[in-house]
Design a protein around this ligand. Structure first.
Ligand code: KG4
Ligand code: ZN
Length: 334
């Protein structure tokens, strides 16, 4: 079979990214332009600023990607783009850009769900084999999903309240750490000890998650310590928090492995960049004797390579989109 080259575009939040992906699993060239420093000044992503920066930069990002490879537009078989979920204005910049390229160069368009992208980033490590268990941990998702085949998602459990990434960011905020907080908690936790006694999220055998109690406990703890004039040991809070938060992911994933008799586990989403999480899941995989896949850190957070990977099974099934599709800010994959 002839090689398939997909040009993929991701602009759902604060990264403008474009990739050329070969056969759904090889990153030929990727550029990621992050706006993180700009938004950090405001303590979070400012949607208006994000979409303006995407429109200012997207052409440059495309030129940069093609400067890294001999592949040209002539070799591209399809244009893939994230159309949901995310910030509407940001999504629209990528989507309109993709539609224009599709029309001008006469290439089919493939719409990709952002979370499918995070999951399919695992194809950059090793081609996913089914059935497999997927743990999705991102800014908006905490889910355990059984995949029987490409795009066949059976949700076993999800968060009943906050997503784990959201809680990382909230905890970081009460500790006065910059946005986005996850990487800062990750960095500080290594320097601290698990000294604070925090409530365990949910002491049951269901596969759902709940993180709002843990989040409130930490917010209250920090406020109370501040009021009493006590020193707040940020490193220890970071370490205590992520010990509880990640241990809960481990416990529920282990239950899901047993319930489904799974032999393969993949992790997806921004929080899978976390060092403690990666170590703990490696230990779990050893104990349970299962095959574990976690994308390299650069493919854990938002990037277009994962969108190109997720577009490939759709390309093979001729699932192309018309040029009148719209972006959607909230849309469930499962
Ligand atoms: O998947 P993602 O890039 O965006 C969504 O699709 O939601 O995930 C972003 C989330 C943020 O909450 C961010 O703080 C978190 O991933 N994150 C981390 C780390 N890197 C990013 N959380 C913990 N440790 C990290 N190293
Ligand atoms: Zn994401």
């Amino acid at each position: 079979m002839k090689d398939v080259y997909i040009l993929a575009i991701e602009s759902s939040c604060d990264e403008t990214s474009i990739s050329v992906i070969k056969n759904g699993c090889i990153d030929v060239a990727t550029t990621i332009l992050t706006q993180m420093d700009t938004h950090a000044e405001f303590g979070g992503v400012v949607p208006e600023v994000a979409s303006r920066m995407h429109s200012e930069n997207i052409t440059m990002v495309l030129e940069d990607v093609f400067s890294k490879t001999d592949i040209t537009m002539d070799n591209i078989d399809a244009i893939a783009v994230t159309y949901a979920p995310g910030l509407l204005g940001s999504l629209l910049v990528g989507l309109e850009f993709a539609k224009t390229l599709s029309l001008v160069y006469n290439k089919p368009l493939i719409k990709v769900h952002h979370i499918a992208g995070h999951i399919y980033a695992n194809n950059l490590v090793d081609k996913m084999e089914f059935p497999l268990l997927a743990l999705v941990v991102s800014g908006g998702h905490t889910e355990l999903v059984l995949m029987e085949d490409d795009y066949k998602f059976n949700v076993l459990g999800s968060t009943l309240d906050d997503a784990i990434g959201e809680v990382y960011d909230k905890v970081a905020r009460v500790l006065d750490l910059p946005y986005p907080g996850g990487p800062h908690i990750d960095r500080l936790a290594v320097l601290g000890k698990d000294t604070y006694d925090l409530p365990k999220p949910m002491d049951n055998d269901e596969l759902d998650f709940s993180y709002s109690g843990l989040k409130s406990a930490i917010i209250n703890l920090v406020h109370n310590e501040k009021q009493r004039g006590n020193e707040i040991r940020k490193e220890d809070i970071a370490c205590s928090f992520q010990t509880v938060a990640v241990d809960e992911l481990i416990r529920k994933t282990k239950l899901a492995i047993h319930k489904t008799n799974s032999k393969r586990l993949i992790i997806a989403g921004g929080v899978s960049a976390n060092k403690y999480l990666r170590n703990e899941f490696e230990k779990l995989a050893d104990e349970e004797n299962i095959k574990l896949s976690i994308p390299p850190i650069k493919y854990c957070t938002d990037n277009a390579a994962m969108i190109g990977c997720a577009a490939y099974p759709l390309y093979l099934k001729n699932e192309f989109s018309s040029l009148d599709i719209n972006a959607e800010s909230t849309l469930a994959l499962f």
